[in-house]
Design a protein around this ligand. Sequence first.
Ligand code: NAD
Length: 490
Amino acid sequence: MIAAGERRLLIDGELVEASAGATFDNVNPATEQVLGVVADGTREDMQRAVAAARLAFDTTAWSTDKELRKRCILQLQAGLEAEREDLRSELVAEVGCPVLITYGPQLDAPLAEALTWPAEMIDRFEWVRSLGPKDPFGIGMNEREVWKEPVGVVGVIVPWNFPIEIILNKLGPILAMGNTCVLKPAPDTPWNATRIGRLIAEQTDFPPGVVNIVASSDHLVGEVLSTSPLVDMVAFTGSTATGRRIMAAAADTLKPVFLELGGKSINLVLDDADLASVIPSSSMVGFHAGQGCAMPTRLLVPRSRYDEAIDLATGGFATVAYGDPTDASNLMGPLVSARQRDRVLGYIEQGKAEGARLICGGGTPDHLPTGWYVEPTLFVDVDSSMTIAQEEIFGPVLVMIPFDDDDDAVRIANDSQYGLSGMITSGDLDRAKAIARRVRTGTLGLNGGIWYGADAPFGGYKQSGIGRQCGIEGLEIFTETKTVGWPVQP
Ligand code: NAD
């Protein structure tokens, strides 16, 4: 049993119940048991949070006082560090993610730098850039500078699959750049967000209203952030369908939208690669039950070595340990909800109906009757035009597609509405790099390499999103640009 999480919302510096007094359940996807409740924020709560964020931006020193910002961000970091183990248990319980991955991307990796790197960058960021003197109209010289300034109030909407990672990678840059914000977590995983709210209220010097956190069981409460004229920008991570809706809703007030959306990334193995050392680990698509936007869910292998690749992948799938996420030997836990499980099973049925050959998995495991599990699933003989090769399944499902040569591999890799991530493996790094140049995607790991880091821009081409999170690009995106000039004596 884990301790109950924080139920209250953070609005204008106060930890509060929802205005209508309602709560909703937080459910453990592995046990289907209710963990506890959280305040069920309403549109009125969201509007109050937005007004508080606006007031904090317009009337406090937050946007101009860099020392205050650094201090507050590092206080939040210290609070999270002190509660790291509670946070770990809470993540495993509410997300259903295997505890194993909390030691990496789900918790320890973002906790190491997602707040500290932007805090350090406050001093190193190029806030002012000189353009040098110029006499554009022949009437006198001018000095000119470009000033970077915060955007203002940022609405932050996040999904459930990597909640703390995504929240910290958004809050760090948003706050370091001097913005205020309203965060709406996903209804499936509210506690890690409300925990941040409690830490901010009780252990930091953040001025009231700089950070507001409104959980809600109603997805559409988040829509206030897209439509409100008091919000200057929306930063969203979630599905491409919701991203489209947010962009349309934000059009009326012409606010910029920063969108981190879905993916259907490649694991491209070239014919000169050592297949035996690469293909078995393609079953890693089962990692966190496939609930990762950057998962390489399309395995592209040379047609000349297709049968060998099928044998190797089948062997890999046979070894995926899954089940109870609190057991550190498991790589994969359940899907986050019954709805997500049914959605994944629907895609598996569609794959079969469209003629793909099911090699492993394909259903729910008999030995795990409780919890929303789906077996690690491998489809071969997949054509790139099939639904399971085109749509993001967001489950532990790998599709194997054969290619004829490098051009064919690039064609298939780019035959997608998405372009988020991917992997390329070759015996020749230069050949892998040459292919990488031609693949339209935001991040790529070459020969098993890892690009991840708070300093590394992450985001998508095409319908995988707009803008980049992390890195210098991920700081700049939360700034406005002001150009100024004044006359100087010759
Ligand atoms: P989702 O789009 O259903 O929901 C994401 C968030 O948006 C939730 O907080 C939800 O309550 C909110 N929301 C839903 N409708 C809304 C609306 N009309 N207005 C405002 N807010 C609204 O996504 P999900 O199912 O929670 O998460 C899975 C998706 O997220 C996958 O598609 C995955 O690829 C994507 N994702 C992308 C990244 C990335 O960085 N590119 C990272 C993680 C997840």
